[in-house]
Design a protein around this ligand. Sequence first.
Ligand SMILES: [Fe+2]
Length: 207
Amino acid sequence: MTYINYDTNYYNFKEIISNILNVDNLEKIHNIENYDLFTKGTDQSTIWHKLYYNNLDKFTPLYENFIYEVIRPIFGEEIVYQKIPTFRTQLVNNLGVFEFHKDKTYKHNQNEINFYLPFTDAYETNTIWVESEEDKGDYKPMNVLYGQVVMWNGCHLTHGNKQNTTQNTRVSSDFRVIPLSKYKENDGASIYTKMKFIVGDYYNVTK
Ligand SMILES: [Fe+2]
């Protein structure tokens, strides 16, 4: 797991996401609209998700800069990257994702590398819990400050959420990258968007 710091003055994701959701404080959106405990099929169904996915034109230009300027240099080659980062909210008393899993269970490419990009500080029970080695089961919270992006292996490490017992909602995005030399077409598709795991659909490629 690698933590990368970036400049929030330039990559002002928090301001952009707050603007898209039309709120002053992302940590407190549960006071505006909260939901019953998420289950399969409801963890991407809030008003907050709709606002994000309906306003991608406000988010994508900066995300693309971030991919080219912060993420691509890590790899030293062109990269295949998730075109639309997945949006998550972990509201107070709720989950961000409904179950513990490995991304490979959902037919994700086995060479994928995950990036976790929170727009709020993410800690304790409002963040992702992940094991340290595949099938070790020693789950710990991924504590991340706004201004950090975490590179980690969600394809092979089991991860999930606990019910958020903190006072703050976590708002985050996550995306997946494959070094171009390790990219292979695959017949899987996103369970949420149904986009196929291929360049041109789920992924773009840098150039
Ligand atoms: Fe996952």
